[in-house]
Design a protein around this ligand. Structure first.
Ligand code: B12
Ligand code: SF4
Ligand code: SF4
Length: 246
């Protein structure tokens, strides 16, 4: 069954796949998976390499590469869930690669990826994949199928070069083992929901003439609200040299 599932997933063009037992998912800050899926046994984690679009100096073009990938990741998740139901009569839950969620996600994909043998944490608190380095993002499917887990990676790929810490424009990585979420978001998501609310405060107070001038200022907030989060920083993801093939 495991090889059949792996082959199906790979046949869709997914870059890498790993299998973990639910009991090996060790995320300190998210609920136990069994608390919302009592019969859960395994997690299937898909890895997608980030394209070199992330190197673009134009943040919108860098984000466009990510958006292209997100569409594929979501449609793969649907098709793989459908396959597992049809082929193995499985119960499944797909994990959001980003949204919908509250403040934090119900399942931490980084910890799921580590459990599934797809990499290990680096100083930037991201997962470093043995082939794609940090230039990788994940989706996951939790299932009641009992699938033999893959071996976890024991190597630590991070070489402590500190490039990620020094090149973080928000200084969000200064404290080891912690990403300062507020600092990262202020710089990496200038059009976040929180900034949008501040913009609306200003708009409500503005005169008719000022409002006209604010129309173009509104446009990126509109895009971020209508589509999805717009990341304007990829530094820790794109600059980490560990295990980079390109
Ligand atoms: C919310 C979110 C964010 C928020 C807050 C993240 C956070 N809590 O740290 C913000 C906006 C800051 C963010 C930023 C980024 N994100 Co983000 N994010 C998410 C999302 C949607 C949920 C994360 C979450 O809620 N986790 C659960 C919480 C509770 O995690 P946590 O336990 O607090 O984990 C932290 C600590 O506990 C600590 N930690 C815990 N155990 C251990 C063990 C070791 C050994 C170490 C060193 C650290 C450590 O590390 C974590 C960082 O603070 C995930 C997708 C998902 N569903 O998982 C993507 C995700 C984590 N993001 C991702 C990425 C790529 C980014 C960015 C590079 C943005 C970008 N341009 O793409 C930056 C990187 C910031 C960084 N260096 O940490 C990828 C990571 C891929 C990878 N290779 O690891 C994910 C997995 C999305 C995906 N689908 O692949 N993100
Ligand atoms: S995404 Fe940018 S701002 Fe956020 S932690 Fe990484 S380098 Fe810092
Ligand atoms: S940039 Fe250097 S210190 Fe940061 S995670 Fe990568 S290898 Fe480790």
């Amino acid at each position: 069954m495991k090889e059949q599932i792996r082959n199906y997933i790979k046949s869709r063009g997914v870059d890498d796949v790993g299998f973990a037992s639910v009991s090996e998912y060790l995320s300190p800050n998210t609920p136990k998976i069994e608390s919302f899926f009592p019969r859960a046994k395994s997690i299937i984690v898909m890895a997608y390499k980030e394209l070199t679009t992330c190197e673009s100096s134009d943040p919108q073009l860098a984000m466009n590469g990510r958006l292209d990938k997100k569409e594929v990741m979501r449609s793969d998740a649907y098709k793989i869930c459908h396959y597992l139901e049809e082929e193995f009569n499985a119960k499944i839950l797909s994990i959001p690669e980003s949204f919908p969620r509250g403040g934090t996600s119900a399942v931490s994909l980084r910890h799921a990826a580590v459990a599934a043998g797809l990499g290990t944490f680096g100083r930037h608190n991201l997962v470093i994949h043995p082939k794609f380095g940090t230039r990788v993002t994940f989706t996951a499917i939790v299932t009641n199928l009992e699938i033999e887990p893959d071996d976890k990676i024991e190597n630590r790929f991070c070489n402590d070069c500190n490039i990620c810490v020094k090149s973080c424009p928000a200084k969000a990585l200064d404290e080891e083992g912690k990403t300062d979420v507020r600092k990262c978001m202020t710089v990496s998501q200038p059009f976040s929901f929180v900034s949008y609310l501040s913009f609306l405060d200003k708009y409500v107070e503005a005169s008719k003439e000022e409002r006209q001038a604010m129309t173009m200022e509104f446009f990126p907030y509109y895009q971020a609200t209508a589509y999805t989060t717009q990341y304007y920083c990829f530094n820790c993801l794109k600059l980490c040299p560990a295990c980079r093939s390109i």
